[in-house]
Design a protein around this ligand. Structure first.
Ligand SMILES: Nc1ncnc2c1ncn2[C@@H]1O[C@H](COP(=O)(O)OP(=O)(O)OP(=O)(O)O)[C@@H](O)[C@H]1O
Ligand SMILES: [Mg+2]
Length: 419
C-alpha cells in the first residue's frame, strides 16, 4: 500500500507545530497571562502526543509522551491557580520547552527494578487523618464506614457477602477527596490495630516518570497492598489514564497500564481469598473524560460537591477554632455567607490569609527584634487577637473560588449512566 503522504513530512510538521505552541506558551507565560499560556501548552501537548507516534524507538516514544504529559499537567496547574495569579501571584516555573531532547538513556534492568521498588515505597503512606478532620460529607463518611465494616466483619457461615472494592470520588478541586481516602486508610489501621497502608498514586506522575514501566509499578503496588491487607490504593487524577481520547489513539503503554489497573480492580489476583481486602479509591475532577467501560468497574461513584452552609461551618471550625484562633461572636455566620461557592481548600486558604494578615499587623516589629538578637526574638511573645469580619472580607478579595456555579452544575448534571 502506498501512503499518499510522507510520514516524515508530517512528523516535521508536528514538531514545528509543537515548537510553535511552546514558543507562544512561553511568551504568554512571560507576560503573566496564565490562561493563554495554558491553552498553548495544551496545544503543544496534543502535537507532542501525535509526534510521539513517529518516534523511531520505544525510548524516544516514551520521552516524547512524557513531555506531552508534562505540558498537559502544567497547563492544568496554570488553570488551577489562575485565580491567585490574577491577583498578582507568581506563575509556577514552566517545564523545559526544548522539543529536541530525544536522547534517552535505557536503564539497565537491575536499575529499573530497583527504581520500581523505590517508587512503590515512596507511594506508601500511613495516615493520621481522622474522620473528624473532615468537615461535612457525613453521608459519604457513613457510606464508606459501612462498606469497610461489612467487608471486615464476620459473615454468617455459608453466606458470601460481596462488598464494594472500587469507589470513585468525583467533584471540583479541593473538596476533600484526598482527605476521605486518607481517613479511610487510617480507619483500617484503627480497625485492625495493625499497620494499614495507604498507597497514594498520582496516576499522571507515574505515567510521566515511568512511562514504559507504569504497568509494572501498578502490579507492584497491588502486590504490596495485598501483602499488607487491609489496605487502600488511592488512584488520584484517574482521568489521566483515559484523557488520551482527545489526543488520538491510546498508546500501547497507556493501554497496558489501564488493563493492569482494571484487572487489579476486578480482584483477579485475589480470587477466592476473602481474607484479603484491598479497597481501590479513584479520584477525578473530570469524570466525563473516563470512558464508560472503565466507569462501570466502580461499584460506587460518589460526588464530592462544594460544601453546603452546614459543611462550611464545620470546615471553618476545623480551620479556625481547632487551630486555636478566636472568632468574634456573629462572624462565623457571616463567614458561612462569604464562603458560598468556596471549596474546602479555598476556605482553608481564606482562613490562612486572614490569620496571617492579623499576625502581620500585630507583630510588625518582629524584623527589628530579630536584628536585636536571637535571645530577644526567643523571648518575644507573638500577639494575637480575635478575628473580625473585616479580616475575612479583606482576605476574600485575594482568595476567590475557582469553581463557578456553571462548573458545579456540570458535576451535578453528569451521571455515570449518562455518559
Ligand atoms: N471537607 C473538608 N474538611 C476540612 N478541610 C477540607 C475539606 N475539604 C478540603 N479541605 C481542605 O482542603 C485541602 C484539600 O483537600 P483535598 O486534598 O482532600 O481536596 P481534593 O478534593 O482531593 O482536591 P483535588 O481534586 O484538587 O485533588 C485539605 O488539605 C484541607 O485542608
Ligand atoms: Mg486530591
Amino acid at each position: 500500500m502506498t501512503l499518499w503522504f510522507n510520514p516524515m513530512d508530517l512528523s516535521g510538521k508536528l514538531k514545528r507545530s509543537c515548537e510553535d505552541s511552546l514558543h507562544k506558551a512561553k511568551m504568554a507565560w512571560k507576560a503573566g497571562d496564565s490562561d493563554t499560556a495554558a491553552g498553548h501548552f495544551e496545544a503543544a501537548s496534543k502535537s507532542m502526543f501525535k509526534y510521539a507516534e513517529y518516534a523511531t524507538s520505544r525510548s524516544m516514544e516514551y520521552a516524547r509522551k512524557r513531555k506531552a504529559i508534562e505540558y498537559r499537567d502544567f497547563a492544568k496547574r496554570l488553570r488551577d491557580t489562575a485565580a491567585e495569579q490574577a491577583k498578582g501571584g507568581k506563575l509556577p516555573p514552566p517545564p523545559s520547552t526544548s522539543v529536541d531532547e530525544d536522547r534517552t538513556q535505557e536503564a539497565g534492568a537491575g536499575e529499573t527494578d530497583r527504581s520500581i521498588s523505590e517508587t512503590v515505597s515512596q507511594l506508601i503512606h500511613t495516615s493520621t487523618l481522622t474522620w473528624d478532620d473532615i468537615g461535612g460529607l457525613d453521608e459519604t463518611k457513613r457510606d464508606i464506614k459501612y462498606t469497610l465494616g461489612l467487608s471486615l466483619a464476620k459473615p454468617p457461615a455459608e453466606v458470601k457477602i460481596t462488598t464494594f472494592r472500587n469507589i470513585l470520588f468525583y467533584g471540583p478541586p479541593g473538596t476533600g477527596k484526598t482527605l476521605l481516602a486518607a481517613a479511610t486508610s487510617n480507619s483500617l489501621k484503627v480497625t485492625t490495630e495493625g499497620q494499614a497502608l495507604f498507597f497514594n498514586v498520582k496516576v499522571s506522575s507515574v505515567l510521566s516518570k515511568y512511562f514504559g514501566e507504569s504497568s509494572k509499578i501498578i502490579s507492584e503496588i497491588y502486590g504490596a497492598a495485598r501483602d499488607n491487607s487491609p489496605s487502600v490504593v488511592f488512584l488520584d487524577e484517574f482521568e489521566s489514564l483515559t484523557t488520551s481520547r482527545d489526543s488520538g489513539e491510546q498508546s500501547g503503554a497507556e493501554r497496558r497500564i489501564l488493563s493492569t489497573i482494571l484487572a487489579e480492580m476486578d480482584g483477579l489476583s485475589e480470587k477466592g481469598r476473602s481474607d484479603i481486602f484491598v479497597l481501590t479509591i479513584a479520584a477525578t475532577n473530570r469524570p466525563w473524560d473516563i470512558d464508560a467501560a472503565v466507569m462501570s468497574r466502580f461499584e460506587k461513584q460518589i460526588l464530592i460537591p462544594l460544601p453546603d452552609p452546614e459543611s462550611r461551618s464545620a470546615i471553618l471550625r476545623i480551620q479556625l477554632e481547632r487551630k486555636g484562633y478566636n472568632v468574634a461572636g456573629d462572624v462565623l455566620e457571616q463567614l458561612i455567607e462569604i464562603t458560598d461557592g468556596y471549596s474546602g481548600r479555598e476556605i482553608e486558604r481564606l482562613c490562612k490569609q486572614a490569620t496571617s494578615q492579623m499576625l502581620g499587623e500585630l507583630n510588625a516589629d518582629l524584623p527589628e527584634i530579630l536584628d536585636s538578637g536571637l535571645k530577644a526574638t526567643q523571648n518575644y511573645q507573638v500577639k494575637i487577637r480575635a478575628l473580625v469580619a473585616e479580616d475575612f472580607e479583606r482576605a476574600a478579595t485575594m482568595i476567590k473560588p475557582v469553581t463557578s456555579p456553571a462548573d458545579m452544575q456540570r458535576y451535578l448534571d453528569w451521571s455515570p449512566e449518562a455518559d
